[in-house]
Every structure is written in structure tokens, then in C-alpha cells.
Design a protein. Structure first.
Length: 118
């Protein structure tokens, strides 16, 4: 029973910490603004804003991947099922971070193209 209470407390802490970190992360755009810029991306400035958003979001996923890999090491000592799922999640977080970094790079390249056109 203590393990369940500890797990719930830990999950709540990570949820709250993650929400605060994400909300205060420089560069992240509100969903409505992200959608608006993603649809138009008509200027170098808009591409740079999108790149900053994707870089910040990638950093969040990278931190999440590291956290869950660390948790998996701890879970190895208590329950291999938890360890396996934590590693599974860490791998997906790392994959998402790479995709977001690629999106950021493309937007930075597009911003350079817009600048050259002027």
C-alpha cells in the first residue's frame, strides 16, 4: 500500500512539475498561435517563432526521456514491467524530441530562404 501511495505522489509531482515547466518554457507557443503560424508561416519571423517553439518542445521531450530512463533503472530493482514500460516511454519521448528538432531545423532553413528573397 505504501508503494501505491508513493507512486501516486510521485506521479502527481511529475505531472505538476511538468505542467509548470511546460507553461513557463520560453519559446513555447499557445496552441492557437502555433496553429495560426503553422498555417501561414509567411515570413522569416514566423518561421523563427515556430523553430523556437519546436526546439523548446524537443527539449521538454528530451528531459522526459532522461527522467523515464532514470526511473527505469530504479524500477529494475522493484518490477521489470514498470522498467520496461518506462524505457518504452523514454524511447518514444526521444523519438518525438528528434522529430521536433527536425521541424525546428526545417523552419530555420525556411527562415533563411525568406531572408534571401528580400
Amino acid at each position: 500500500m505504501k508503494w501505491i501511495n508513493f507512486s501516486l505522489a510521485l506521479a502527481l509531482l511529475f505531472t505538476i512539475t511538468g505542467a509548470v515547466t511546460l507553461a513557463g518554457q520560453p519559446g513555447l507557443l499557445p496552441d492557437a498561435e502555433l496553429a495560426k503560424l503553422a498555417r501561414s508561416h509567411a515570413s522569416a519571423d514566423e518561421h523563427l517563432k515556430l523553430a523556437a517553439h519546436y526546439e523548446a518542445h524537443a527539449a521538454e521531450h528530451e528531459r522526459d526521456a532522461k527522467l523515464h530512463e532514470s526511473l527505469a533503472v530504479d524500477y529494475d530493482k522493484t518490477d521489470p514491467r514498470l522498467a520496461g514500460e518506462a524505457r518504452h516511454y523514454a524511447a518514444h519521448s526521444q523519438e518525438a524530441a528528434e522529430a521536433l528538432s527536425n521541424l525546428a531545423k526545417i523552419h530555420r532553413d525556411l527562415a533563411k530562404e525568406h531572408t534571401k528573397k528580400k
